[in-house]
Design a protein around this ligand. Structure first.
Ligand SMILES: [Ca+2]
Ligand SMILES: [Ca+2]
Length: 233
């Protein structure tokens, strides 16, 4: 393979995830409207070395987060004790893998309302699952915050990219099959898709049919994450 071919290979790989958003761990977040409440799948690529101690998802540094104060019909994902936490109402499950090595990690959290099922999938492998938890429709929060538990001031520090929200419970095989590729945006069940490829400005475009644009910092300049090269895939 000559030098040109090597360059082409590198360029093709780089083109996958383009830019990400870098969150300062102080007050940065992105706000979108919540479009899921029953069955759903949350996906994100993340790179972080920062965690917070605790045992519940609401103790952690928010990743894709739709919690409200007190016990309510809400949900969220966060970084707790170096693990990826997923919670619905006040139930929490954790990844087995430590996700705070600084390497890019893909996380998915899946919820099935009828059976109260929750699953955590890391890098395409199911690591934790439970059933019989809340079967509520999770409508307590009108919005989803990416990169922060803004209620308790617990913010993700590091990079996030390729946030995907589906209104269906994806299988682990489906998650693994698409996690390292760009989606078209028109996949069945995809109701939110923030590639973070905008590269500038205070808005993260939603590439799904929902047109649910993300507001960097929700109007507060100091709370805007910064555009940064991605290494997700
Ligand atoms: Ca990206
Ligand atoms: Ca800030």
């Amino acid at each position: 393979m000559d030098a040109g071919a090597v360059d082409a290979t590198v360029d093709a790989a780089d083109a996958g995830a383009l830019t990400a958003l870098s969150f300062d761990g102080v007050d940065d977040f992105v706000r979108v409207l919540r479009k899921v409440q029953d069955d759903f799948t949350l996906e994100a690529w993340m790179s972080t070395v920062t965690s917070r101690s605790g045992s519940n998802f609401y103790d952690g540094l928010g990743v894709v987060y739709a919690d409200v104060p007190g016990s309510a019909s809400d949900f969220g994902t966060s970084i707790v004790n170096g693990k990826l936490a997923f919670g619905t109402v006040d139930n929490t499950i954790l990844s087995t893998t430590t996700v705070t090595s600084g390497a890019w990690v893909h996380m998915a959290a899946v919820r099935v309302r009828s059976t109260g099922t929750m699953r955590v999938v890391i890098d395409g492998v199911e690591e934790s699952t439970t059933t019989g938890n809340s079967t509520a429709t999770l409508t307590a929060s009108a919005s989803i915050d990416i990169g922060g538990n803004t209620i308790d001031g617990r913010y993700f520090k590091g990079k996030l990219d390729e946030i995907r929200i589906w209104n269906v419970a994806r299988t682990t095989a489906q998650i693994a099959a698409t996690m390292k590729m760009r989606l078209t945006g028109s996949e069945a069940g995809l109701v939110g898709y923030w590639r973070f490829d905008d590269g500038a400005g205070a808005v993260a475009l939603d590439s799904s049919p929902s047109a649910n644009q993300g507001a960097l910092g929700n109007g507060v300049a100091a709370s805007r994450p910064t555009w940064s090269p991605s290494g997700a895939f």
